[in-house]
Write a new protein. Sequence first.
Length: 581
Amino acid sequence: MGRVQSQAMDTAPAAPDNPAHDEPPAPKSGDGGPTAEPAKASVADPAKGWVRDPARAFTQSSLRARLLGARRPTSPVNVRLWFWLAPALTAVIGGLLRFIRLGQPPSLVFDETYYIKDAYSYLQSGYERNWAEKANDLFNQGIFTSLESTAEYVVHPPVGKWMIAFGMWIFGSDSTFGWRFTAALVGTLSVFLLALIAQKMFQSTILGAIAGLLFAVDGHAIVQSRTSLLDIFVMFFALLAFGAVLMDRDDGRRRLAAKLAALAGADGRVPAKELLYGPWLGIRWWRLAAGIALGLCIGTKWSGLFFLAAFGLMSVIWDLNARRIAGIKYWVLGSVWKDGIVAFISMVPVAAVTYLATWTGWLLSKDAYDRNWGAENPSGTWGWIPDSLRSLWHYHSTAYNFHTGLGSDHPYKSNAWSWLVMGRPTSFYVQNYEAGQGGCAAEKCTAAITSVGNPLIWWGGTLAILFLIGYWIAKRDWRAGAILAGFAAGFLPWIFYPTRTIFFFYAIAYEPFIILAIVLVLGLILGKVGDPPWRRQQGAVIVGIFLVLVVAVSAYFYPLWAGEIISQEYWRQHMWLPSWI
């Protein structure tokens, strides 16, 4: 692998620019590694078997600085408290916007008609069953007699529906609050999680809080959290996996530093043979956690496979560069042999086993759809595979054919390219009222739920993504590379299905990475430690104005995200583009 390729995602230190005012700067190297001077080429002394390069005199602390950046001085207790308090406060804001009036409207909304009823069926039998015609009217009244005994054919895996069933199990199947509880909970936890991830990536409590705030007040995320569709869970598990991979990046580098330092002799130098491929790093627990999270992501929707591919590749590239920065001679081969194989096992098979486990209800059943296909279709070639697994494979084969061939018309379908400008948000719910009905104080009123996001966040986020592409090429900043990888995993696959029926609300899967792109840009605007005071003040004013405008725009649009009754004139004032109607 060439030098330029190897630096694609990971040659800058953990916080190269420290774009907030609460962290000290880390030293840089010529190749982007966090050391005070560029590393020199290693020269072996055959007589002694040691490396004669002064830059290879290892201590654990010096190597950690090379790999992770300069260690920050211990912060006062009140500063450390904000590490948890700031994300928690943004999660409280997000929770209020998601949980207040969560039970409204008191009826199934959009595709809730599928997933909530499937969740109820899971609670009864562990798999999906058919419903009689016009079952929604009865279901909305808390009457479930329309559930039939025959199995239903569905094309999405079980995890998201089990998540919805969890809220119904706690609060009752007749509670509209219970229908949406888990979606709102996951949406709120995602705010907290994104704030922590931003803090770690940018080494700044302020930027972490900004990330949490933006996610808390964005309408697209609010709508997804207030309605029980599957995509909010895809986003949540992908975000969990991303956080785990970030933790693994630091954990792996700390292990590498510790093992190399342990191999150093009395003069602080490592034997040349130990620097050929580098040491084994053992089981990486955060990587295993990422594999589990990705298995749950795929177990919600198969689109999670793209996050598995992106995060797995990103993790391997980080390991390659860790060994390169540490001075391993054959860092590519060493990383493939001593990191790559274990990384693959930790993520792909673990994700596969996790995914298979999510089908437990189907596997344990006797009457689920296609459950007995294997027994009814014996195979001389594949007969050694249990009938249950052959049945599951056949189920997946038919579901795949359905997904790839889905091309029915829908008034709110939208091409993936249009998502970048919110060209066609999805209308989840519309109810019109005449004067005096339902508290309508105008001649005509509307209660609507639309997935349009905050325009400043989404339009600004698209510009931020475009900026990050150039910034990554110019700076090789690992944070920009990680953000772009997450965005690409959630967005790019859909552009290859221009005729397939897809919707803007799928974009929730990559929205956290749009938020992180904005925050990185805002961090650059804020400036770094050592900048002139006027520069820092100017940046703070610009960022402050942007955040105030974002909150104001969210307040303006919130009635359309929460299904509040407003006048039709006020509703039309929010339709900034004709395609939003």
